[in-house]
Design a protein around this ligand. Sequence first.
Ligand code: HEC
Ligand code: HEC
Ligand code: HEC
Ligand code: HEC
Ligand code: HEC
Ligand code: HEC
Ligand code: HEC
Length: 390
Amino acid sequence: MHHRRLLVVFLLLVIATFCFVQCFREPAYADPRGSSYAGIASCVQCHGDIVNSYSHTSHFNASAPVVDDSIRKTFRNNPITVNYTNGQKVVLEEIDGNAMQSLYAGDKRLLSEKMDIAFGSGEKAQTFAYWKDDQVFQLPLTYLTYLNLWTNSPGFPVDHPYYTRPVISKCFECHSSYAFHYNRATGSMKIKETFSPASIVYGIDCERCHGPAKQHVDFHLKNPAEKKAKHLTAIQLLNRTQQSDLCGTCHSGNAASLKSIFAFTPGDSLKDYLLYYPGSLNNPDVHGMQMQSLQQSACYKQSTLTCLTCHNPHQVKKQTWETLTAACTSCHHQSPHSSQMIQEKKNCISCHMPLQSSKSLDFKNSTGRKSIPYTLRTHRIAVYPESAWQ
Ligand code: HEC
Ligand code: HEC
Ligand code: HEC
Ligand code: HEC
Ligand code: HEC
Ligand code: HEC
Ligand code: HEC
């Protein structure tokens, strides 16, 4: 009996000491995705160069909380106004230090919502959302970088400002690394999605492409002499379909999914996530469907071409004559053209991957009802008529 009591006291002491020590330590990083994830900050110590270059990419900046001053600066001294055909207007303005999109009827402010989250790096466009309790709604005005223009958000009604389009979990699945959400069916057929703000890992981070890496981090911290990567899937050793599927999780359009693509890790098959394998789609849109487009090219069908032949996912794209053309001439050593024709155009892209307008993204100017083109490079590499070259 006596021994037993001693043991209990001893154990309690051990636990108390442990708790005491824990309280005075830095709280360990806890990734919202679970304990198998380490977070990008932990990669810096061994992959500093990659983290540094990656943090400037569109992927890493595909979504972000609006915290800095950059947006406000653009309209601090000159608020931007977009008018609607019903006479109302939306004004971008700064209120109490926050960037707001306000709805006005005449001089009367009817509503004002804060730009809480930015979707899109702003490479071509950026759209904004606000929190209402635990729901996220898209704001009426979107910024088009290539035109330096604030306009009605894509697909929004043109006759009045619209504040009630929910941002669905799908946006987060392609534009962030994680967002925990609940699906609750309400009275109607529509599903109301609510999010846990603390769970959101903004931007596309390393582990979104490489899979959970906590074990990898722990192993290499304990074994600094080990120069071979452990506990991670080597993407370069995956087969071509697996490599395509990795990029295709977000670059093959918005097909209905069987389960959340947040769970996708390299080596997985996209077939297990999407209702149908997206490769079969005819006439894919230029927006968001690079995988299908590429797969319809002779270059893809008759070689071992992958996305990685032309894109380095860790680097900001370099848009130079040399890099764009070098990718093509790495296979097409003997160009079929007279060099003069190519010199004139400066690259192979404008003729064989011409800019095309998206059919799925519909930007309508609120007053003029004019469609604003949103152009991207087609990835169906082919011979196009001269009228399409640009
Ligand atoms: C303590 C050091 C250390 C940390 C921390 C670390 N790694 Fe590594 N990692 C290595 C070493 C060593 C290699 C093998 C050499 C190389 O490829 O750089 C490696 C290789 C890799 C590879 C290539 C795998 C392959 O087989 O081709 C990936 C991807 C990777 N790490 C991702 C990550 C990510 C993501 C993080 C952060 C979550 C991370 N690493 C943190 C040490 C580390
Ligand atoms: C988790 C979703 C996701 C995955 C996985 C993904 N992408 Fe992206 N990608 C995006 C989104 C979203 C954008 C738009 C980013 C922006 O500008 O806001 C984008 C933009 C791009 C761009 C244009 C911007 C730039 O950096 O040049 C390229 C090229 C690209 N992705 C290639 C790839 C390749 C190659 C892979 C596979 C290695 C891949 N992506 C995997 C979501 C993804
Ligand atoms: C958009 C997807 C994507 C993201 C995000 C991404 N990687 Fe990679 N990474 C790849 C692909 C694809 C390869 C294989 C490259 C190849 O085969 O040429 C790779 C290769 C690597 C390698 C081994 C080859 C090398 O370049 O040393 C390391 C290490 C690595 N990644 C670390 C990271 C780290 C750290 C981050 C975050 C800062 C990160 N990656 C983010 C797609 C990604
Ligand atoms: C299936 C993946 C996917 C989904 C879902 C998705 N996006 Fe994207 N988004 C992309 C990709 C890929 C790009 C960049 C390349 C392109 O346009 O083809 C992009 C581009 C963008 C851009 C322009 C970024 C830039 O600067 O180039 C914005 C803004 C954007 N998306 C917002 C959203 C919003 C808001 C939602 C939800 C309503 C959403 N996206 C849903 C994949 C997706
Ligand atoms: C043969 C080379 C090549 C291959 C392979 C390739 N791309 Fe591209 N990609 C390009 C070029 C060229 C551009 C235009 C770059 C620019 O305008 O700076 C581009 C642009 C993009 C963009 C930005 C869209 C735009 O118009 O600005 C995305 C997103 C993208 N690629 C994704 C992918 C994905 C995903 C894959 C694999 C399915 C892939 N690419 C395969 C050459 C290629
Ligand atoms: C990995 C190798 C590879 C790369 C990289 C590549 N191609 Fe190809 N391409 C091929 C093969 C193989 C064919 C089919 C045989 C042929 O026509 O030469 C082809 C066919 C073509 C065709 C004829 C298409 C048709 O429908 O008849 C054009 C045009 C073309 N490529 C242009 C380009 C351009 C432009 C680039 C760069 C953006 C590029 N290719 C990059 C391998 C490649
Ligand atoms: C000014 C527009 C233009 C430019 C620039 C251009 N091409 Fe072409 N290309 C064409 C046309 C048009 C054809 C159809 C055949 C023809 O008329 O020569 C073609 C055909 C091809 C073919 C298929 C040839 C065959 O026999 O089927 C390949 C491969 C090709 N181009 C590769 C390239 C590469 C690589 C570059 C860059 C070094 C390039 N092209 C630059 C317009 C262009």
